[in-house]
Design a protein around this ligand. Structure first.
Ligand code: ZN
Length: 261
C-alpha cells in the first residue's frame, strides 16, 4: 500500500494492519482497534472471502526498505485465519520473505523466490534455499510460482488461453470452469473497463517481465479486493480476492499459476 498515493492508500487497502510505529502517518479516522490482525481477518471473513492474503516485502526502487511485520503479527494473523476458517496466503517473493512465511506456518506462499538477498550472486542454488524449499514441501505449503507478473494480465484477453493443455494440468477442474464462467471473468472486465484511474508509475520494472511501456495503473477498487498493481501491495496489509461462490479450495489446490500480486 505504500506505493499508493498517500491521500488514498488507506481507502485502497481498508484491511491494513495498524502498526503503532507508523501512527504518525495513519489518518486519525483509522483506529488501532479496527485494524488488529483479528479485526482485519474478521472483516475479510464477513465479506464472504475464503482466504486471506498478507504481505511481506521490503519494496524496491524508490520505495525500498519499507517496514514489514514481525513474527508476532504473523502469528496473530495465523491464529485469526485458523479461527475463521480461512486459507492463509502470504505474498512472499524473496528468500527472507518465504523463510518468514514458512516459519509463520502459512498455508500458501504466493510468488516465486525472485530475490535471494545476500545470496543473489551465487551461481548455483544455495544450500540455504534448498533447505527452505524442502521445508515448504515437508510442511505441504501451497506454492504459487507466478510465472508472469503484469504481462500475464493479457491472458484475460486471449480467448484461447484457458484451452492450453498445460493450464488444465496445474489448475483444478472446478477453478478452470469458474474462470470460464461470467463471474470468473470479473477481473478481465475490470481491467478493460474505464474505471477511475489514478495514474501511478512504478519506477522499477525489475519484476515485471513486460515491455518498456509498462505503466501500472492503480485503480480505485470496485470491491474490497484492494488495488491492483503487482508490486504495489508491499506492506503488512491484508487483502482478499476470493468471493463466493468460488469453489472452496483446499490447502493443496489453491496453488497454481497466478498473475499479479
Ligand atoms: Zn502478491
Amino acid at each position: 500500500m505504500s506505493f499508493g498515493p498517500p491521500a488514498v492508500r488507506f481507502k485502497l487497502f481498508p484491511n491494513f494492519i495498524y502498526d503503532a510505529k507508523q501512527a504518525g502517518r495513519i489518518p486519525p479516522e483509522y483506529k488501532p482497534e479496527d485494524h488488529t490482525p483479528a479485526a482485519d481477518v474478521a472483516r475479510v471473513k464477513s465479506s464472504g472471502a475464503i482466504c486471506v492474503k498478507t504481505y511481506f516485502e521490503r519494496g524496491f526502487a524508490d520505495d525500498k526498505n519499507l517496514p514489514v511485520m514481525g513474527p508476532d503479527v504473523l502469528a496473530e494473523i495465523r491464529r485469526a485465519a485458523t479461527q475463521d476458517g480461512l486459507v492463509l496466503m502470504a505474498h512472499a517473493n524473496g528468500f527472507e520473505a518465504q523463510k518468514f512465511a514458512v516459519e509463520g506456518d502459512v498455508d500458501v506462499i504466493a510468488h516465486g523466490m525472485w530475490h535471494w538477498g545476500e545470496l543473489d550472486k551465487k551461481p548455483e542454488l544455495p544450500d540455504e534455499i534448498k533447505r527452505l524449499l524442502d521445508k515448504i514441501v515437508e510442511k505441504k505449503i501451497g506454492y504459487q510460482p507466478t510465472i508472469q507478473v503484469l504481462y500475464g494480465e493479457l491472458a484475460y484477453f486471449d480467448p484461447e488461453y484457458l484451452k492450453i493443455d498445460a493450464i488444465s494440468k496445474v489448475t483444478p477442474k472446478e477453478m478452470l470452469e469458474w474462470f470460464q464462467s461470467p463471474e470468473g471473468k470479473w477481473f478481465g472486465k475490470e481491467l478493460h473497463a474505464p474505471t477511475t484511474k489514478i495514474r501511478h508509475q512504478c519506477t522499477s520494472r525489475k519484476n515485471a517481465n513486460s515491455s518498456s511501456e509498462w505503466k501500472p495503473r492503480l485503480r480505485a477498487p470496485s470491491r474490497e479486493t484492494g488495488a491492483i498493481c503487482a508490486q504495489c501491495s508491499s506492506s503488512p496489509a491484508l487483502a482478499h480476492r476470493a468471493r463466493k461462490p468460488r469453489p472452496k479450495p483446499t490447502r493443496s489446490d489453491v496453488s497454481g499459476l497466478t498473475f499479479g500480486s
